[in-house]
Design a protein around this ligand. Sequence first.
Ligand code: PGA
Length: 251
Amino acid sequence: MRRKLLLGNWKMNKLSSEAKEFAVQSKPLVALAQKNNIDLGVAPTYLSLATVKENADKGMIVAAQNVHFKESGAYTGEVSIPMLKEFGIDWVLIGHSERRGYDNETNEKCNLKIKALIENGMVPVYCCGESLSTFEAGQTKEFVEQQIRVGLADLTKEQVKDLVVAYEPIWSIGTGKNASVEIAQDICGFVRSILRDMFGEVAEKIRILYGGSVKPENIKAYLSCPDVDGALVGGASLKIDSYEGLLKNIL
Ligand code: PGA
Protein backbone atom coordinates (compact mmCIF):
# COMPACT_ATOMS: atom_id res chain seq x y z
CA MET A 1 0.00 0.00 0.00
CA ARG A 2 1.38 3.38 -0.96
CA ARG A 3 0.98 6.09 1.68
CA LYS A 4 -0.99 9.11 0.52
CA LEU A 5 0.92 12.37 0.16
CA LEU A 6 -0.46 15.90 0.18
CA LEU A 7 2.17 18.45 -0.78
CA GLY A 8 1.63 22.21 -1.01
CA ASN A 9 3.72 24.18 -3.49
CA TRP A 10 3.82 27.78 -2.34
CA LYS A 11 5.80 29.01 -5.37
CA MET A 12 6.89 32.65 -4.92
CA ASN A 13 4.32 33.39 -2.23
CA LYS A 14 4.42 34.19 1.50
CA LEU A 15 6.81 36.34 3.46
CA SER A 16 8.78 34.45 6.10
CA SER A 17 6.48 35.85 8.79
CA GLU A 18 3.46 34.44 6.94
CA ALA A 19 5.17 31.11 6.40
CA LYS A 20 5.90 30.91 10.14
CA GLU A 21 2.28 31.62 11.02
CA PHE A 22 1.14 28.84 8.66
CA ALA A 23 3.70 26.43 10.12
CA VAL A 24 2.46 27.01 13.66
CA GLN A 25 -1.19 26.68 12.59
CA SER A 26 -0.47 23.47 10.71
CA LYS A 27 0.76 21.56 13.77
CA PRO A 28 -2.48 19.75 14.62
CA LEU A 29 -3.00 18.84 10.97
CA VAL A 30 0.21 16.80 10.83
CA ALA A 31 -0.93 14.64 13.75
CA LEU A 32 -4.31 14.15 12.10
CA ALA A 33 -2.67 13.23 8.80
CA GLN A 34 -0.32 10.75 10.43
CA LYS A 35 -3.18 9.06 12.28
CA ASN A 36 -4.74 8.49 8.88
CA ASN A 37 -1.56 7.31 7.14
CA ILE A 38 -1.15 10.45 5.11
CA ASP A 39 2.12 12.36 4.65
CA LEU A 40 1.72 16.12 4.70
CA GLY A 41 4.16 18.68 3.37
CA VAL A 42 4.79 22.14 1.97
CA ALA A 43 7.40 23.63 -0.35
CA PRO A 44 8.14 27.21 0.77
CA THR A 45 10.66 29.57 -0.84
CA TYR A 46 14.30 29.09 0.19
CA LEU A 47 14.06 32.02 2.58
CA SER A 48 11.24 30.42 4.55
CA LEU A 49 12.55 26.85 4.71
CA ALA A 50 14.27 27.28 8.07
CA THR A 51 11.36 28.99 9.78
CA VAL A 52 8.86 26.41 8.53
CA LYS A 53 11.15 23.58 9.59
CA GLU A 54 11.53 25.13 13.05
CA ASN A 55 7.90 26.00 13.66
CA ALA A 56 5.98 23.13 12.08
CA ASP A 57 5.42 19.69 13.57
CA LYS A 58 8.48 17.46 13.12
CA GLY A 59 6.43 15.17 10.90
CA MET A 60 5.78 17.92 8.36
CA ILE A 61 7.68 17.38 5.10
CA VAL A 62 9.44 20.62 4.20
CA ALA A 63 10.58 20.67 0.58
CA ALA A 64 12.67 23.15 -1.39
CA GLN A 65 11.35 24.20 -4.79
CA ASN A 66 14.68 23.76 -6.59
CA VAL A 67 18.34 22.98 -6.01
CA HIS A 68 21.62 23.06 -7.95
CA PHE A 69 23.31 19.76 -8.78
CA LYS A 70 26.84 20.95 -7.90
CA GLU A 71 28.01 21.01 -4.29
CA SER A 72 29.43 24.52 -4.41
CA GLY A 73 31.09 26.93 -6.79
CA ALA A 74 30.63 29.98 -8.98
CA TYR A 75 26.88 29.69 -9.59
CA THR A 76 25.45 33.06 -8.62
CA GLY A 77 21.93 32.89 -7.26
CA GLU A 78 21.92 29.12 -6.74
CA VAL A 79 21.54 26.95 -3.63
CA SER A 80 23.27 23.58 -3.18
CA ILE A 81 22.29 20.27 -1.62
CA PRO A 82 24.66 20.63 1.41
CA MET A 83 23.09 24.04 2.11
CA LEU A 84 19.63 22.46 2.25
CA LYS A 85 20.88 19.56 4.34
CA GLU A 86 22.33 21.92 6.90
CA PHE A 87 18.76 23.05 7.59
CA GLY A 88 17.40 19.51 7.68
CA ILE A 89 15.68 19.83 4.31
CA ASP A 90 15.65 16.53 2.46
CA TRP A 91 12.84 16.89 -0.09
CA VAL A 92 13.09 18.97 -3.30
CA LEU A 93 10.70 19.65 -6.19
CA ILE A 94 12.48 19.08 -9.48
CA GLY A 95 11.39 20.16 -12.94
CA HIS A 96 8.23 22.06 -12.06
CA SER A 97 6.72 23.33 -15.30
CA GLU A 98 7.25 26.94 -14.22
CA ARG A 99 10.97 26.26 -13.87
CA ARG A 100 11.03 24.37 -17.15
CA GLY A 101 9.19 27.26 -18.83
CA TYR A 102 10.92 30.28 -17.28
CA ASP A 103 14.32 28.93 -16.26
CA ASN A 104 15.31 26.53 -18.99
CA GLU A 105 15.08 23.47 -16.77
CA THR A 106 15.56 20.64 -19.27
CA ASN A 107 15.00 16.92 -18.74
CA GLU A 108 18.80 16.48 -18.77
CA LYS A 109 19.30 19.10 -16.08
CA CYS A 110 16.53 17.52 -14.00
CA ASN A 111 18.36 14.20 -14.33
CA LEU A 112 21.58 15.69 -12.91
CA LYS A 113 19.65 17.16 -9.99
CA ILE A 114 17.71 13.97 -9.28
CA LYS A 115 20.90 11.87 -9.31
CA ALA A 116 22.65 14.30 -6.97
CA LEU A 117 19.67 14.32 -4.58
CA ILE A 118 19.39 10.55 -4.46
CA GLU A 119 23.14 10.16 -3.93
CA ASN A 120 22.67 12.43 -0.91
CA GLY A 121 19.79 10.36 0.49
CA MET A 122 17.20 13.02 -0.38
CA VAL A 123 13.77 12.72 -1.97
CA PRO A 124 13.14 14.33 -5.36
CA VAL A 125 9.58 15.12 -6.40
CA TYR A 126 9.98 14.95 -10.16
CA CYS A 127 7.36 17.01 -12.00
CA CYS A 128 6.20 16.23 -15.49
CA GLY A 129 3.32 17.34 -17.69
CA GLU A 130 2.44 18.67 -21.10
CA SER A 131 1.39 22.04 -22.53
CA LEU A 132 -2.05 22.72 -23.95
CA SER A 133 -0.79 22.45 -27.53
CA THR A 134 0.81 19.05 -26.83
CA PHE A 135 -2.40 17.91 -25.14
CA GLU A 136 -4.54 19.11 -28.04
CA ALA A 137 -2.24 17.42 -30.53
CA GLY A 138 -2.83 14.13 -28.69
CA GLN A 139 0.88 13.82 -27.85
CA THR A 140 0.70 13.81 -24.06
CA LYS A 141 1.98 10.27 -23.61
CA GLU A 142 5.01 10.59 -25.91
CA PHE A 143 5.91 13.88 -24.24
CA VAL A 144 5.56 12.63 -20.67
CA GLU A 145 7.38 9.39 -21.49
CA GLN A 146 10.36 11.40 -22.70
CA GLN A 147 10.36 13.49 -19.52
CA ILE A 148 10.33 10.32 -17.39
CA ARG A 149 12.90 8.37 -19.38
CA VAL A 150 15.42 11.22 -19.62
CA GLY A 151 14.78 12.70 -16.16
CA LEU A 152 15.24 9.32 -14.48
CA ALA A 153 17.99 7.94 -16.71
CA ASP A 154 20.95 6.06 -15.16
CA LEU A 155 19.21 5.34 -11.87
CA THR A 156 18.90 1.89 -10.31
CA LYS A 157 15.82 0.15 -8.91
CA GLU A 158 17.22 0.59 -5.43
CA GLN A 159 17.72 4.32 -5.97
CA VAL A 160 14.19 5.11 -7.11
CA LYS A 161 12.22 3.42 -4.36
CA ASP A 162 11.57 6.66 -2.41
CA LEU A 163 11.19 8.87 -5.46
CA VAL A 164 7.95 10.80 -5.97
CA VAL A 165 6.64 11.75 -9.41
CA ALA A 166 4.06 14.51 -9.94
CA TYR A 167 2.00 14.65 -13.12
CA GLU A 168 0.78 18.19 -13.69
CA PRO A 169 -0.72 19.11 -17.07
CA ILE A 170 0.47 22.69 -17.61
CA TRP A 171 -2.92 23.74 -18.98
CA SER A 172 -4.52 22.96 -15.65
CA ILE A 173 -2.00 24.74 -13.39
CA GLY A 174 -3.43 27.85 -11.78
CA THR A 175 -6.12 28.04 -14.45
CA GLY A 176 -9.03 26.44 -12.64
CA LYS A 177 -9.31 24.22 -15.74
CA ASN A 178 -9.11 20.77 -14.27
CA ALA A 179 -8.00 17.69 -16.05
CA SER A 180 -10.79 15.15 -15.68
CA VAL A 181 -10.33 12.34 -13.22
CA GLU A 182 -10.14 9.98 -16.22
CA ILE A 183 -7.22 11.92 -17.72
CA ALA A 184 -5.44 12.04 -14.35
CA GLN A 185 -5.77 8.27 -13.92
CA ASP A 186 -4.87 7.55 -17.54
CA ILE A 187 -1.61 9.53 -17.43
CA CYS A 188 -0.63 8.59 -13.87
CA GLY A 189 -1.22 4.93 -14.78
CA PHE A 190 0.82 5.45 -17.93
CA VAL A 191 3.66 6.99 -15.88
CA ARG A 192 3.60 3.94 -13.64
CA SER A 193 3.81 1.65 -16.67
CA ILE A 194 6.93 3.51 -17.88
CA LEU A 195 8.43 3.26 -14.38
CA ARG A 196 7.67 -0.45 -14.42
CA ASP A 197 9.37 -0.81 -17.76
CA MET A 198 12.44 1.07 -16.50
CA PHE A 199 12.71 -0.25 -12.96
CA GLY A 200 10.46 -3.32 -12.60
CA GLU A 201 8.38 -4.03 -9.53
CA VAL A 202 9.65 -1.09 -7.51
CA ALA A 203 7.28 1.00 -9.68
CA GLU A 204 4.48 -0.20 -7.39
CA LYS A 205 6.19 1.60 -4.48
CA ILE A 206 6.77 4.93 -6.23
CA ARG A 207 4.20 7.55 -5.33
CA ILE A 208 2.62 9.44 -8.20
CA LEU A 209 0.85 12.72 -7.45
CA TYR A 210 -1.62 14.62 -9.57
CA GLY A 211 -1.42 18.42 -9.69
CA GLY A 212 -3.20 21.26 -11.41
CA SER A 213 -6.10 23.24 -9.87
CA VAL A 214 -6.57 20.69 -7.10
CA LYS A 215 -8.96 22.08 -4.48
CA PRO A 216 -10.75 20.81 -1.38
CA GLU A 217 -13.82 20.16 -3.56
CA ASN A 218 -12.11 17.93 -6.13
CA ILE A 219 -9.19 16.31 -4.29
CA LYS A 220 -11.14 13.26 -3.19
CA ALA A 221 -12.10 12.30 -6.73
CA TYR A 222 -8.45 12.44 -7.89
CA LEU A 223 -7.22 10.42 -4.95
CA SER A 224 -9.78 7.72 -5.57
CA CYS A 225 -7.91 6.83 -8.80
CA PRO A 226 -5.82 3.67 -8.37
CA ASP A 227 -2.60 5.28 -9.67
CA VAL A 228 -2.96 8.68 -8.00
CA ASP A 229 -1.28 8.54 -4.61
CA GLY A 230 -1.58 12.17 -3.63
CA ALA A 231 -1.68 15.74 -4.83
CA LEU A 232 0.73 18.60 -5.48
CA VAL A 233 -1.30 21.72 -4.78
CA GLY A 234 -0.44 25.35 -5.51
CA GLY A 235 -3.11 27.99 -4.93
CA ALA A 236 -5.29 25.94 -2.60
CA SER A 237 -2.36 25.18 -0.27
CA LEU A 238 -1.66 28.80 0.59
CA LYS A 239 -4.34 29.42 3.20
CA ILE A 240 -4.43 27.20 6.24
CA ASP A 241 -8.23 26.73 6.03
CA SER A 242 -8.05 25.52 2.48
CA TYR A 243 -5.02 23.31 3.25
CA GLU A 244 -6.99 21.83 6.12
CA GLY A 245 -9.93 21.31 3.75
CA LEU A 246 -7.68 19.41 1.33
CA LEU A 247 -6.55 17.10 4.11
CA LYS A 248 -9.97 16.58 5.69
CA ASN A 249 -11.51 15.65 2.37
CA ILE A 250 -9.11 12.74 1.89
CA LEU A 251 -9.19 11.27 5.40
P1 PGA B 1 -2.23 24.98 -8.76
O1 PGA B 1 -0.68 24.70 -8.93
O2 PGA B 1 -2.75 24.02 -7.73
O3 PGA B 1 -2.33 26.41 -8.32
O4 PGA B 1 -2.87 24.74 -10.11
C1 PGA B 1 -0.17 23.41 -8.88
C2 PGA B 1 1.32 23.39 -9.09
O5 PGA B 1 1.83 24.18 -9.89
O6 PGA B 1 2.05 22.62 -8.45
